[in-house]
Design a protein around this ligand. Structure first.
Ligand code: CMP
Length: 142
């Protein structure tokens, strides 16, 4: 069987993860799975950064709410590394809509609101490339 090499993924713990004091819980889940934390910063992101991050959603009915929510307070920006990290993190966080997310996933266990769904993670290696470079320089990740 073909095994993917170690790769990186980009994760944001949204403002509600901080206000609800779930940062340690979520980081602990990723660490216990075997993923390694490469870099992290806590920051209130600008509207411009949020618009770059969510460019594919521009024009959708939930777009303004999404931008407002992600820029409302500080978030935790992180890069994680491990075997098939993109796919593994998406599985650990669960479906976008917390109502549909399975118990045992972050959104399944702690979320209810679809916009304020606690966490964002890149959905492909291509999105990782586009997203992490908005917030991290290459020297921060070497
Ligand atoms: P995230 O993983 O950050 O990526 C895009 C975000 O848009 C998603 O999580 C949700 O917060 C939000 N989103 C996606 N679909 C909807 C929807 N149908 N209604 C409201 N928000 C949505």
């Amino acid at each position: 069987m073909y095994h993917k090499m170690s790769e990186r993924t980009f994760v944001i713990l949204k403002p509600s993860a901080i206000s609800r004091q779930l940062v340690g819980e979520i980081v602990g889940r990723l660490e216990r799975k075997g993923l390694r934390l490469v870099q992290a910063k806590v920051k209130k992101i600008s509207r411009e950064e949020a618009e770059r991050l969510y460019a594919v959603h521009r024009g959708k009915p939930f777009y303004e709410d999404l931008i407002k929510t992600i820029t409302s307070a500080r978030v935790v920006l992180m890069v994680w590394e491990g075997r098939s990290a993109v796919e593994v993190v998406r599985k650990l966080i669960g479906s976008t809509d917390p109502v549909k997310a399975e118990p045992g996933t972050v959104r399944g266990d702690y979320g209810l609101d679809i916009t304020d769904n606690l966490i964002h993670a890149s959905d492909s290696p291509e999105s990782y490339q586009a997203e992490h470079s908005i917030f991290f320089t290459e020297s921060e990740l070497s």
